[in-house]
Design a protein around this ligand. Structure first.
Ligand code: SF4
Ligand code: SF4
Length: 162
């Protein structure tokens, strides 16, 4: 499996996508980028593609997952997948059902987490295109297992937050 080619195709598909019709960073002064110290979790082997690019990202690897730290600015087409899809996350349930949900981690920093204003509703095409991309990606066993693990973790965090 050539992961660099794999992720190059994925990035080409999702990098131009935006949650709203305008730059949502204007709403919150790019809060998620200001919070970058918390780190962005990478998908399996995504680090291999990122390392093939010229960036100033720092990737910390553990047995369980790889986490990317940034300086708070980056080039749009090199944003990790976690940043492009935020505040959504692909939840993959035990029965194999895939659904894009608001990520509980967005509760404290992302205005798009809330549905109070119609103007802040996520573009339907943003969800649909991401769904199609992840639906293809979960055909890979490593991606499938990773999203299953992350979904269980996020569901536990949601339960504890109630
Ligand atoms: S994704 Fe959320 S936190 Fe990040 S820039 Fe957009 S509105 Fe702000
Ligand atoms: S990698 Fe880029 S998009 Fe993601 S938090 Fe850092 S500056 Fe923002």
């Amino acid at each position: 499996m050539n992961w660099i080619t794999y992720y190059k195709q994925i990035y080409n598909k999702i990098s131009p996508l935006t949650p709203l019709y305008f730059d949502c960073g204007e709403l919150c002064n790019e809060k998620c980028c200001q919070d970058n110290g918390k780190g962005m979790i990478l998908l399996p082997h995504e680090d291999e593609y990122i390392n093939s690019l010229t960036t100033d990202f720092n990737i910390v690897k553990t047995n369980k997952m790889n986490t990317l730290f940034c300086t708070g600015t980056c080039k749009r087409n090199t944003r990790p997948i976690a940043c492009v899809i935020y505040p959504l996350f692909p939840y993959l349930y035990e029965d194999g059902r895939l659904d894009l949900h608001k990520d509980i981690r967005g509760k404290n920093n992302c205005p798009l987490y809330y549905d109070d204003f119609e103007e802040l509703s996520l573009q339907p095409l943003f969800r649909l295109k991401l769904f199609n991309v992840f639906n293809e990606m979960i055909k890979n066993k490593e991606v499938y297992q990773f999203l299953r693990m992350m979904t269980d973790e996020l569901l536990t965090i949601e339960k504890l937050a109630k």
